[in-house]
Ligand binder design. Sequence first.
Ligand code: ADP
Length: 430
Amino acid sequence: MNSQTIRALLLALLTAAVALPLGYFTEAGFGWLLFSGGLALQLAFHLLYLSRLEHWSRAPIADPSLEGEGAWDGVFRRLYRHEKELRAQIAARDHEIAMLIAAGQALTDGVVLLDTQYQILFCNRTAEDQLGLKVVTDRGLPIVNLVRQPEFMAYLANEDFNTPLTLRPERNQERVLSIYVVPYAGNRRLMQVKDVTQADRLDRMRRDFVANVSHELRTPLTVLAGFLETLQEIDVDRDERQRYLQMMAEQSDRMQAIVQDLLTLSSIESAPPPESTVVDMASLIDKLRRDAEALSAGRHEIAVEIEGQGDLYGAEPELVSAFANLVANAVRYTPNGGKVTLEWRVLPGGAEFAVRDTGIGIAPEHIPRLTERFYRVDRGRSRDAGGTGLGLAIVKHSLNRHQARLVITSKPGEGSRFAARFPPERVAVV
Ligand code: ADP
């Protein structure tokens, strides 16, 4: 029994102690009246505070006006303190939950929490974007109602989550997602969605590259092996033998050119950014013109156009090889009697080296793919012209390393223009 209860009892006893002698010495009815009046007063007092408590308990907001007297004072104080502590705890917990949600939102992977029926409990913004979900409207809905791709539905239905599911979302087929499902809190599921588009692209490029290299080398190797077999097995006369050897040398040159271009490509890919020096453009263009004349052997008109004054900051060997590639292509893909023009322009917004030709031109659908390794518009024509299909890939890489862009404009049957555009900081004004 606590002190407040003892106090209430004592008060009742005190009323009895006063009413009893009074009733005894005066009238018994008066004593009873006094006793019941005292008890009634106490009861009214308690009923008043009970009704306050009842009112407060309906909406127990932290209400400092909840003050009582006597036994109620302690009760109200404790209740009030308890309520305040509870509110503080709830606020702290709310804050923690908000922080956890914020952390979930900050994840670069998509996260979806699912209940035992695969209904959405939560998903972060990344998952909303990846799977086309909207947490405010989709919470509580089965995820298979929203991501309706058969492979996704089958993956969840099979419940074999040892290997992730690779999914190309219907709404964005360019994207590749890797979906992992992990059980948590008993039968609930956490779905982690990784965007593996870039890794998938690199993987495909690597596979294509290996397949392409093998294919490119296999053709000349097969030809070489064929000639060797013929020469070993059949007695051929001297002229025929000479012809075979000539063709074998051509195939071996081709393989050498491919391997050389592959080595160049891999060296510029792995090497640190090139050391820059001032490249004298006038003498470089003069050298390129002489190379073009030698390659053309009089079959084309070679011209030079220069506008403005300035040189380039860059790695000379890389720039020479990139520009020479463009010049060689222009000569190769321009029929006899055509014209190849080397342009060098220094303008306020930067500088441009371009090679313009009146050659066969390129259809628009091929232009964006020309700098891919081994991409050719006409495989046979490129091979006959001694091309490896790697030239423009090397050019693009070298230009990237100089913050330059390759801009290709072309019209089939009319000619092409390959321009290397350099930013102003690469221009050395003379
Ligand atoms: P290749 O060794 O085959 O010339 P490149 O990477 O240098 O390889 O060029 C890729 C393809 O781009 C060529 O096969 C050719 O189809 C096309 N191409 C390049 N330059 C020209 C040009 N000046 N005119 C027409 N087509 C060109």
